[in-house]
Design a protein around this ligand. Sequence first.
Ligand SMILES: [Zn+2]
Length: 272
Amino acid sequence: MAWLDSYPSIFSDADKAPLNEIRAECKPLIHELSNILDSEQRRILKGKLQQYKRKYIQLYYTKHTRTIGEGIDWDKLERISRSNELKRLRDMKAVRGVNPLNLNKLEERILALSKARCTSLTEEHLKDSYRCTWCSFPETLKGIADINSEIEEIHKSVAVISNEWTNTILNEIETYRDNIELLSDPEKAVIVEIGAERRLPDEIAQDSITALNNLFSELREVEISPREIVDFIFSEFSVLDYEAFSRKLEEYKEKILERGEKRNIRIKRREV
Ligand SMILES: [Zn+2]
């Protein structure tokens, strides 16, 4: 059972102590060949091994349940992923000027956590297999530790993203206020309502997205990844003095300005 040592975040030393104790008790019994041949000693050894197995099953089963089984509020994750708030964000990300990066990350996380779910294991199964035959816990849990607290974080993130995007959109409406009169009457009505309510409707219709995108039609989105900037700055030399560094930054800024008028440019973080 040395593999338990490979997952110190799941099986702590305290968890393994009772198992190690039994192992230590078995050692002298196995050490002497005469013990193995002696039926009384064999009986003791067998008892110890059974005890070991029982304790192991208990430990494994408890950890499995608490980490990815019934101990996790899977219903809550399900509710979040089906929630109107999340659906609303999926609609909102089609609005020009909004950066979908954080939502995409959140959706990937929901998927990764859902995949870790395993509620099939029973203690009975562990009598024939030392690991869960459905998920091989904890092997598949790379980068996943406390799922309940992650679900809590995801829940909060939905509100944080929604706030950020609402502010972005309201600010852009303000920026392009003069263009409202160029819109059709129904589009004007949508924008005026969003401006007055200071929020987007609970159900975001395609008409609202189109109205916003038409209002923001001059807006130029420039996506850049952290990697891209760094590669550009160090494209000629891997060491720069301050002046050279500053020149490269200016060059990069000018390259962005080639994409449109300064007031219309929005720089979006992208990740690859
Ligand atoms: Zn499992």
